[in-house]
Design a binder for this molecule. Structure first.
Ligand SMILES: NC(=O)c1ccc[n+]([C@@H]2O[C@H](COP(=O)([O-])OP(=O)(O)OC[C@H]3O[C@@H](n4cnc5c(N)ncnc54)[C@H](O)[C@@H]3O)[C@@H](O)[C@H]2O)c1
Length: 324
Protein backbone atom coordinates (compact mmCIF):
# COMPACT_ATOMS: atom_id res chain seq x y z
CA UNK A 1 0.00 0.00 0.00
CA UNK A 2 1.21 3.52 -0.84
CA UNK A 3 -0.22 6.47 1.06
CA UNK A 4 -0.03 10.21 0.41
CA UNK A 5 -0.01 12.23 3.64
CA UNK A 6 -0.84 15.88 2.94
CA UNK A 7 0.24 18.16 5.80
CA UNK A 8 2.48 15.40 7.15
CA UNK A 9 5.01 17.87 8.60
CA UNK A 10 2.43 19.21 11.04
CA UNK A 11 1.58 18.03 14.53
CA UNK A 12 -0.98 15.26 13.88
CA UNK A 13 0.36 14.48 10.40
CA UNK A 14 3.92 13.84 11.59
CA UNK A 15 2.73 11.42 14.29
CA UNK A 16 0.65 9.62 11.66
CA UNK A 17 3.69 9.37 9.38
CA UNK A 18 5.65 7.87 12.30
CA UNK A 19 2.92 5.23 12.84
CA UNK A 20 2.80 4.45 9.11
CA UNK A 21 6.58 4.00 9.14
CA UNK A 22 6.39 1.67 12.16
CA UNK A 23 3.91 -0.46 10.19
CA UNK A 24 6.19 -0.44 7.11
CA UNK A 25 3.55 1.31 5.02
CA UNK A 26 5.01 3.15 2.06
CA UNK A 27 4.38 6.87 2.62
CA UNK A 28 4.91 10.09 0.69
CA UNK A 29 4.57 13.39 2.55
CA UNK A 30 3.46 16.62 0.89
CA UNK A 31 3.68 19.83 2.92
CA UNK A 32 4.46 23.46 2.09
CA UNK A 33 6.13 23.89 5.52
CA UNK A 34 4.06 27.03 6.18
CA UNK A 35 3.32 25.67 9.65
CA UNK A 36 5.02 22.29 9.71
CA UNK A 37 8.63 21.25 10.31
CA UNK A 38 10.83 19.23 7.96
CA UNK A 39 12.52 17.68 11.02
CA UNK A 40 9.15 16.34 12.17
CA UNK A 41 8.90 14.15 9.08
CA UNK A 42 10.65 10.92 10.02
CA UNK A 43 10.57 9.49 6.50
CA UNK A 44 12.65 10.24 3.40
CA UNK A 45 9.82 10.64 0.90
CA UNK A 46 9.15 14.33 1.41
CA UNK A 47 7.89 16.74 -1.26
CA UNK A 48 7.72 20.45 -0.46
CA UNK A 49 4.59 21.33 -2.39
CA UNK A 50 1.72 23.74 -1.79
CA UNK A 51 -1.59 21.99 -2.48
CA UNK A 52 -2.94 25.23 -3.91
CA UNK A 53 -0.44 24.74 -6.74
CA UNK A 54 -2.44 22.16 -8.67
CA UNK A 55 0.14 21.62 -11.42
CA UNK A 56 2.80 20.62 -8.88
CA UNK A 57 0.33 18.49 -6.96
CA UNK A 58 -0.59 16.65 -10.16
CA UNK A 59 3.10 15.88 -10.71
CA UNK A 60 3.18 14.11 -7.33
CA UNK A 61 0.14 12.00 -8.24
CA UNK A 62 1.77 11.23 -11.58
CA UNK A 63 5.07 10.22 -9.98
CA UNK A 64 3.62 7.82 -7.38
CA UNK A 65 0.61 5.51 -7.58
CA UNK A 66 -1.34 6.04 -4.37
CA UNK A 67 -3.91 3.73 -2.80
CA UNK A 68 -5.18 6.44 -0.51
CA UNK A 69 -4.75 10.00 0.72
CA UNK A 70 -4.73 11.29 4.31
CA UNK A 71 -5.40 15.01 4.24
CA UNK A 72 -4.34 17.13 7.25
CA UNK A 73 -3.33 20.41 5.60
CA UNK A 74 -5.44 23.40 6.59
CA UNK A 75 -5.41 26.73 8.32
CA UNK A 76 -6.71 25.90 11.77
CA UNK A 77 -6.90 28.96 14.04
CA UNK A 78 -10.47 29.81 15.05
CA UNK A 79 -9.74 33.45 15.92
CA UNK A 80 -7.85 34.05 12.68
CA UNK A 81 -10.72 32.51 10.71
CA UNK A 82 -13.16 35.06 12.18
CA UNK A 83 -10.84 37.95 11.22
CA UNK A 84 -9.92 36.55 7.80
CA UNK A 85 -12.66 34.20 6.52
CA UNK A 86 -11.48 34.69 2.91
CA UNK A 87 -8.20 32.93 3.70
CA UNK A 88 -10.02 30.02 5.31
CA UNK A 89 -12.71 29.51 2.67
CA UNK A 90 -10.32 30.00 -0.25
CA UNK A 91 -7.40 27.94 0.96
CA UNK A 92 -8.98 25.18 3.07
CA UNK A 93 -11.66 24.44 0.48
CA UNK A 94 -9.54 24.92 -2.66
CA UNK A 95 -6.84 22.74 -1.11
CA UNK A 96 -9.36 19.94 -0.66
CA UNK A 97 -10.83 20.45 -4.16
CA UNK A 98 -7.36 20.28 -5.74
CA UNK A 99 -6.62 17.01 -3.96
CA UNK A 100 -9.97 15.57 -5.07
CA UNK A 101 -9.34 16.68 -8.68
CA UNK A 102 -5.98 14.90 -8.66
CA UNK A 103 -7.61 11.81 -7.15
CA UNK A 104 -10.16 11.78 -9.98
CA UNK A 105 -7.53 12.29 -12.64
CA UNK A 106 -5.18 9.62 -11.30
CA UNK A 107 -7.89 7.21 -10.09
CA UNK A 108 -7.23 7.26 -6.37
CA UNK A 109 -10.45 6.26 -4.63
CA UNK A 110 -9.96 6.72 -0.88
CA UNK A 111 -9.43 9.76 1.32
CA UNK A 112 -9.24 10.33 5.07
CA UNK A 113 -10.13 13.91 5.97
CA UNK A 114 -9.20 15.88 9.12
CA UNK A 115 -12.45 17.27 10.43
CA UNK A 116 -13.20 18.67 13.86
CA UNK A 117 -15.77 18.81 16.65
CA UNK A 118 -16.06 22.47 15.51
CA UNK A 119 -18.64 21.20 12.95
CA UNK A 120 -21.18 20.85 15.79
CA UNK A 121 -21.11 24.44 17.07
CA UNK A 122 -22.70 24.96 20.49
CA UNK A 123 -23.61 21.56 21.95
CA UNK A 124 -27.29 20.81 22.47
CA UNK A 125 -26.40 17.65 24.38
CA UNK A 126 -23.28 15.93 25.74
CA UNK A 127 -21.64 13.61 24.79
CA UNK A 128 -21.72 14.74 21.17
CA UNK A 129 -22.77 11.97 18.82
CA UNK A 130 -22.16 12.17 15.08
CA UNK A 131 -25.90 12.82 14.63
CA UNK A 132 -25.78 16.01 16.73
CA UNK A 133 -26.92 18.98 14.58
CA UNK A 134 -24.08 20.56 12.61
CA UNK A 135 -24.10 24.31 13.10
CA UNK A 136 -20.50 25.64 13.20
CA UNK A 137 -20.08 29.07 14.78
CA UNK A 138 -16.89 30.23 13.02
CA UNK A 139 -15.41 30.08 9.50
CA UNK A 140 -12.84 27.46 10.55
CA UNK A 141 -15.62 25.07 11.61
CA UNK A 142 -17.56 25.95 8.47
CA UNK A 143 -14.63 24.91 6.25
CA UNK A 144 -14.69 21.49 7.94
CA UNK A 145 -18.47 21.24 7.58
CA UNK A 146 -18.36 22.28 3.89
CA UNK A 147 -15.41 19.93 3.38
CA UNK A 148 -17.59 17.04 4.55
CA UNK A 149 -20.40 18.14 2.21
CA UNK A 150 -17.95 18.28 -0.73
CA UNK A 151 -16.74 14.77 0.11
CA UNK A 152 -20.33 13.43 0.21
CA UNK A 153 -21.15 14.97 -3.17
CA UNK A 154 -17.91 13.70 -4.74
CA UNK A 155 -18.69 10.22 -3.52
CA UNK A 156 -22.22 10.34 -4.97
CA UNK A 157 -21.03 11.70 -8.31
CA UNK A 158 -17.59 10.11 -8.76
CA UNK A 159 -17.31 7.26 -6.25
CA UNK A 160 -14.40 8.60 -4.18
CA UNK A 161 -14.84 7.06 -0.72
CA UNK A 162 -14.04 9.05 2.41
CA UNK A 163 -13.83 8.88 6.16
CA UNK A 164 -14.08 12.25 7.86
CA UNK A 165 -12.54 12.10 11.32
CA UNK A 166 -13.90 14.70 13.72
CA UNK A 167 -11.14 15.20 16.27
CA UNK A 168 -11.75 16.65 19.69
CA UNK A 169 -8.57 18.05 21.37
CA UNK A 170 -5.39 16.49 20.01
CA UNK A 171 -2.71 16.34 22.71
CA UNK A 172 0.46 14.56 23.85
CA UNK A 173 3.53 13.51 21.90
CA UNK A 174 5.63 10.57 20.74
CA UNK A 175 6.68 8.71 23.93
CA UNK A 176 10.33 8.64 22.84
CA UNK A 177 10.34 12.44 22.52
CA UNK A 178 11.39 12.44 18.83
CA UNK A 179 8.47 14.60 17.69
CA UNK A 180 5.79 16.64 19.43
CA UNK A 181 3.49 19.63 19.25
CA UNK A 182 5.09 22.80 17.90
CA UNK A 183 2.51 25.26 16.60
CA UNK A 184 3.36 28.90 15.99
CA UNK A 185 1.40 30.69 17.30
CA UNK A 186 0.45 28.15 19.96
CA UNK A 187 -3.19 28.33 21.00
CA UNK A 188 -3.67 24.90 22.61
CA UNK A 189 -4.04 24.62 26.36
CA UNK A 190 -1.53 21.91 27.27
CA UNK A 191 1.55 23.48 25.59
CA UNK A 192 0.57 26.85 27.05
CA UNK A 193 0.25 25.48 30.59
CA UNK A 194 3.66 23.82 30.19
CA UNK A 195 5.08 27.14 28.95
CA UNK A 196 3.64 28.88 32.01
CA UNK A 197 5.54 26.36 34.13
CA UNK A 198 8.87 26.38 32.26
CA UNK A 199 9.12 29.99 31.08
CA UNK A 200 9.47 32.58 33.84
CA UNK A 201 8.32 35.33 31.48
CA UNK A 202 5.06 33.72 30.40
CA UNK A 203 1.73 33.89 32.16
CA UNK A 204 -1.22 31.79 30.99
CA UNK A 205 -4.71 33.31 30.73
CA UNK A 206 -7.60 31.04 31.75
CA UNK A 207 -10.58 32.22 29.69
CA UNK A 208 -13.39 32.31 32.25
CA UNK A 209 -13.84 30.67 35.66
CA UNK A 210 -17.59 31.24 35.89
CA UNK A 211 -18.92 28.52 33.58
CA UNK A 212 -21.54 26.12 34.83
CA UNK A 213 -19.00 23.29 35.28
CA UNK A 214 -17.59 21.52 38.34
CA UNK A 215 -14.85 24.15 38.91
CA UNK A 216 -16.03 27.00 36.65
CA UNK A 217 -13.51 26.41 33.85
CA UNK A 218 -14.16 24.87 30.42
CA UNK A 219 -14.12 21.10 29.99
CA UNK A 220 -12.56 19.45 26.93
CA UNK A 221 -11.95 15.93 25.66
CA UNK A 222 -8.19 15.35 25.16
CA UNK A 223 -7.11 12.57 22.85
CA UNK A 224 -3.53 11.34 22.48
CA UNK A 225 -2.08 12.22 19.08
CA UNK A 226 -0.83 8.63 18.61
CA UNK A 227 -4.37 7.30 19.10
CA UNK A 228 -5.51 9.83 16.48
CA UNK A 229 -2.71 8.66 14.19
CA UNK A 230 -3.78 5.03 14.57
CA UNK A 231 -7.39 5.93 13.70
CA UNK A 232 -6.28 7.26 10.30
CA UNK A 233 -4.61 3.98 9.42
CA UNK A 234 -7.61 1.98 10.66
CA UNK A 235 -9.92 4.23 8.62
CA UNK A 236 -7.89 3.83 5.43
CA UNK A 237 -7.73 0.05 5.84
CA UNK A 238 -11.47 0.03 6.49
CA UNK A 239 -12.12 1.77 3.16
CA UNK A 240 -9.63 -0.42 1.29
CA UNK A 241 -11.41 -3.50 2.74
CA UNK A 242 -14.72 -2.32 1.24
CA UNK A 243 -16.02 -0.13 4.10
CA UNK A 244 -18.42 2.71 3.33
CA UNK A 245 -17.90 6.46 3.66
CA UNK A 246 -18.68 7.99 7.05
CA UNK A 247 -18.06 10.79 9.55
CA UNK A 248 -16.61 9.59 12.84
CA UNK A 249 -15.80 11.29 16.17
CA UNK A 250 -12.38 10.81 17.73
CA UNK A 251 -12.35 11.58 21.43
CA UNK A 252 -12.13 9.63 24.69
CA UNK A 253 -15.62 10.38 25.99
CA UNK A 254 -14.08 11.90 29.13
CA UNK A 255 -13.68 15.58 29.86
CA UNK A 256 -11.06 17.47 31.88
CA UNK A 257 -11.36 21.06 33.05
CA UNK A 258 -8.71 23.73 32.49
CA UNK A 259 -7.94 23.77 36.22
CA UNK A 260 -7.59 19.96 36.29
CA UNK A 261 -5.05 20.13 33.45
CA UNK A 262 -3.11 22.86 35.29
CA UNK A 263 -3.10 20.86 38.54
CA UNK A 264 -2.00 17.62 36.86
CA UNK A 265 0.85 19.37 35.02
CA UNK A 266 1.96 21.01 38.26
CA UNK A 267 2.14 17.53 39.81
CA UNK A 268 4.13 16.11 36.89
CA UNK A 269 6.60 19.02 36.81
CA UNK A 270 6.76 19.65 40.56
CA UNK A 271 6.42 23.37 39.72
CA UNK A 272 3.68 26.01 39.77
CA UNK A 273 1.93 27.32 36.67
CA UNK A 274 1.67 31.10 36.41
CA UNK A 275 -1.82 32.03 35.31
CA UNK A 276 -4.45 34.73 35.58
CA UNK A 277 -8.19 34.57 35.05
CA UNK A 278 -9.41 36.39 31.93
CA UNK A 279 -12.82 36.97 30.39
CA UNK A 280 -14.69 34.17 28.66
CA UNK A 281 -13.76 33.84 24.98
CA UNK A 282 -16.64 34.28 22.57
CA UNK A 283 -17.79 31.00 21.10
CA UNK A 284 -16.20 28.73 23.74
CA UNK A 285 -18.82 26.16 24.81
CA UNK A 286 -18.51 25.14 28.49
CA UNK A 287 -18.21 21.43 27.71
CA UNK A 288 -17.14 19.47 24.61
CA UNK A 289 -17.00 15.70 25.04
CA UNK A 290 -17.25 13.06 22.33
CA UNK A 291 -19.41 10.02 22.03
CA UNK A 292 -16.82 7.63 20.52
CA UNK A 293 -18.92 4.46 20.12
CA UNK A 294 -18.91 4.69 16.34
CA UNK A 295 -15.10 4.79 16.08
CA UNK A 296 -14.86 1.77 18.37
CA UNK A 297 -17.55 -0.22 16.58
CA UNK A 298 -16.75 0.60 12.96
CA UNK A 299 -12.97 0.99 13.07
CA UNK A 300 -12.16 -1.18 16.10
CA UNK A 301 -10.41 1.92 17.46
CA UNK A 302 -8.92 1.98 20.97
CA UNK A 303 -7.93 4.97 23.07
CA UNK A 304 -5.07 3.09 24.67
CA UNK A 305 -2.63 6.04 24.95
CA UNK A 306 -5.18 8.60 26.04
CA UNK A 307 -5.10 8.33 29.82
CA UNK A 308 -4.62 11.90 31.02
CA UNK A 309 -1.24 11.09 32.61
CA UNK A 310 0.07 9.49 29.47
CA UNK A 311 -1.01 12.56 27.47
CA UNK A 312 0.45 15.09 29.90
CA UNK A 313 3.69 13.24 30.65
CA UNK A 314 4.50 12.75 26.95
CA UNK A 315 3.68 16.41 26.24
CA UNK A 316 5.84 17.56 29.16
CA UNK A 317 8.74 15.36 28.04
CA UNK A 318 8.59 16.88 24.55
CA UNK A 319 8.36 20.49 25.71
CA UNK A 320 11.30 20.15 28.10
CA UNK A 321 13.43 18.97 25.19
CA UNK A 322 11.87 20.00 21.84
CA UNK A 323 13.76 18.99 18.71
CA UNK A 324 12.27 21.74 16.48
N1 LIG B 1 -4.78 20.05 16.67
C1 LIG B 1 -6.05 19.78 17.00
O1 LIG B 1 -6.40 19.67 18.19
C2 LIG B 1 -7.10 19.62 15.91
C3 LIG B 1 -8.43 19.42 16.29
C4 LIG B 1 -9.39 19.26 15.29
C5 LIG B 1 -9.02 19.24 13.95
N2 LIG B 1 -7.72 19.47 13.61
C6 LIG B 1 -7.36 19.45 12.17
O2 LIG B 1 -6.31 18.52 11.97
C7 LIG B 1 -5.44 18.95 10.92
C8 LIG B 1 -4.02 18.94 11.42
O3 LIG B 1 -3.90 19.76 12.57
P1 LIG B 1 -2.48 20.04 13.23
O4 LIG B 1 -2.72 20.49 14.62
O5 LIG B 1 -1.57 18.91 12.95
O6 LIG B 1 -2.04 21.33 12.37
P2 LIG B 1 -0.59 21.76 11.84
O7 LIG B 1 -0.68 23.20 11.48
O8 LIG B 1 0.46 21.34 12.79
O9 LIG B 1 -0.45 20.88 10.51
C9 LIG B 1 -0.97 21.27 9.25
C10 LIG B 1 0.12 21.05 8.22
O10 LIG B 1 -0.39 21.38 6.93
C11 LIG B 1 0.60 22.14 6.23
N3 LIG B 1 -0.10 22.97 5.24
C12 LIG B 1 -0.99 23.98 5.49
N4 LIG B 1 -1.41 24.52 4.32
C13 LIG B 1 -0.80 23.82 3.33
C14 LIG B 1 -0.83 23.92 1.92
N5 LIG B 1 -1.56 24.85 1.28
N6 LIG B 1 -0.07 23.05 1.20
C15 LIG B 1 0.68 22.12 1.81
N7 LIG B 1 0.76 21.99 3.15
C16 LIG B 1 0.03 22.84 3.91
C17 LIG B 1 1.31 22.95 7.29
O11 LIG B 1 2.60 23.36 6.89
C18 LIG B 1 1.35 21.94 8.45
O12 LIG B 1 2.51 21.15 8.40
C19 LIG B 1 -5.96 20.32 10.49
O13 LIG B 1 -6.77 20.14 9.33
C20 LIG B 1 -6.81 20.77 11.67
O14 LIG B 1 -7.85 21.63 11.26
C21 LIG B 1 -6.75 19.64 14.56
Amino acid sequence: MKVLVVGGAGYIGSHTVLKLKEKNIDTVVVDNLSKGHRKAVLTDNFEKVDILDKKRLEKIFEKYKFDGVIHFAAHCLVGESIKNPKLYFEENLNGLLNILDCMLKFKVDNIIFSSSCAVYGNPQFIPLTEEHPKDPINPYGETKFFGEKILKRYEEAYGIKFISLRYFNAAGADFEGRIGESHNPETHLIPLVIKSILDNNFQLTVFGNDYNTKDGSCIRDYIHVLDLAEAHILALNYLLDGGTSDCINLGTGKGFSVFEIIRELEKISGKKSKYKIGKRREGDPPILVADNKKAKEILGWKTENSGINSILESAFKWHTSPKF
